[in-house]
Write a protein that binds this ligand. Structure first.
Ligand code: TRP
Ligand code: SF4
Length: 360
């Protein structure tokens, strides 16, 4: 019997989300909850946070709550999808243990993310500059004195496979960077099926549209670069950030021809222009590009236009977020209820798994 598709995705609770997280993931999730009503699971994967951040767990609960608030304010609706915390469903750990039995050591050791991070750590320990692309675990790098060659971190993708398979997830909205992890989830599902009989469908990545969201300095937006715009930015904070954003260093006067798009004269392209593409309509973007290239307006005016587009969206978001935050215990209740629903599904799967493994 073929089961209906199930969407599963998770985010590590790193705290407030930025607009890169919104355009890159969250916005797509909100669309998916309407496309797969009642069959989407979105998880605050706090145990994954432990795999690299066990040295400081003081903010874990608070960050999970902040992130869940961001999700709700962005439009995730607990009436349409299940929003829950991984650690509320202990079956994730049980399935991860079972899956670890069939996971070849070579597959986890060759996981590019794991190798990359260990290199990064070695560099930090050697006191070398950590130039180059930020890895996704970079936020923990400052405390690089703690051991990262752990069993738990090596097992990151096994836990991720358990997350997905526990709900018979078939569609996993992720970014390009997660493809190696997802490939491993597929391999683990196959290995389990080979050993114990057909139990899991192989999850497929759902590569959703992810427009490029540059940081305020022209580099990729990342919390660890300090160049991010939070999705919950105050009006003043937003204004300060946009007015200080990277534009086109070749422009000295408003009449100098600009380079809004990435090009040899302005390799990263203008961050303000890239944000116009997200927040303004197409006609405006076309017109602005021409005006900029012809040197018909200054960057300050252009930034003010951008604020005019961004601020209403942010105000809307702030209003929704504050209304959720103002109800005492509201987020906690949504997470608890999501946890109960997730757990009911997870327990069914684990019954099947234990039977397949002849543990029962
Ligand atoms: N590894 C993912 C990330 O860092 C988070 C994650 C954990 C996840 N479990 C998942 C994503 C299951 C999709 C499905 O972005
Ligand atoms: Fe960027 Fe606008 Fe300045 Fe052109 S005018 S460089 S698009 S901020």
């Amino acid at each position: 019997m073929k089961r209906a598709d199930v969407v599963f995705s998770g985010m590590r609770p790193t705290g407030r989300l930025h607009i890169g997280n919104y355009w890159g993931a969250l916005k797509n999730w909100v669309g998916l909850q309407d496309q797969f009503v009642g069959r989407c699971f979105f998880s605050v994967v706090d145990w994954h946070m432990l795999t690299t951040g066990y040295n400081d767990t003081s903010k874990l609960v608070e960050h999970g709550r902040e992130m869940a608030l961001d999700w709700l304010a962005a439009g995730l609706d607990p009436a349409k999808c299940v929003i829950f915390k991984q650690s509320d469903v202990p079956e994730h750990a049980e399935l991860a243990l079972m899956l670890s039995m069939v996971t070849p050591l070579s597959s986890v050791e060759n996981n590019p993310t794991w190798k990359e991070q260990l290199q990064e750590l070695a560099r930090t320990k050697a006191g070398l500059a950590t130039a180059g692309e930020a890895t996704k675990y970079e936020e923990n790098k400052s405390g690089a004195n703690y051991e990262l060659r752990t069993y738990g971190f090596l097992g990151y993708p096994v836990l991720q496979a358990a997350d997905i398979l526990l709900y018979h997830g078939t569609k996993v909205p992720v970014g390009q960077d997660q493809l190696p992890h997802l490939e491993l989830s597929r391999e683990i599902a196959r290995k389990f099926n080979n050993a114990f009989g057909e139990t899991f469908a192989e999850p497929q990545p759902l590569l959703t549209p992810t427009p490029k969201v540059p940081g305020l300095d022209g580099r990729k937006m990342s919390k660890s670069y300090g160049n991010a715009v939070d999705i919950y930015e105050s009006a003043d904070g937003l204004k300060a950030k946009i007015m200080g954003a990277y534009t086109d260093p070749t422009r000295k006067k408003a009449t100098d021809p600009g380079h809004p798009e990435p090009c040899p004269e302005n390799p990263p392209g203008c961050s303000v222009f890239a944000l116009h593409k997200l927040y303004a309509d197409e006609a405006f973007v076309t017109k602005r590009k021409a005006e900029c290239m012809a040197g018909q307006l200054g960057c300050v005016a252009c930034k003010k236009d951008l604020l005019g587009f961004m601020e209403p969206a942010f105000a809307d978001f702030r209003k929704r977020r504050e209304s959720f935050a103002a109800k005492p215990g509201h987020v906690e209740e949504i997470l608890a209820e999501g946890g109960r629903r997730a757990r009911a599904a997870a327990q069914q799967t684990m019954d099947d798994v234990r039977r397949a493994m002849r543990l029962r």
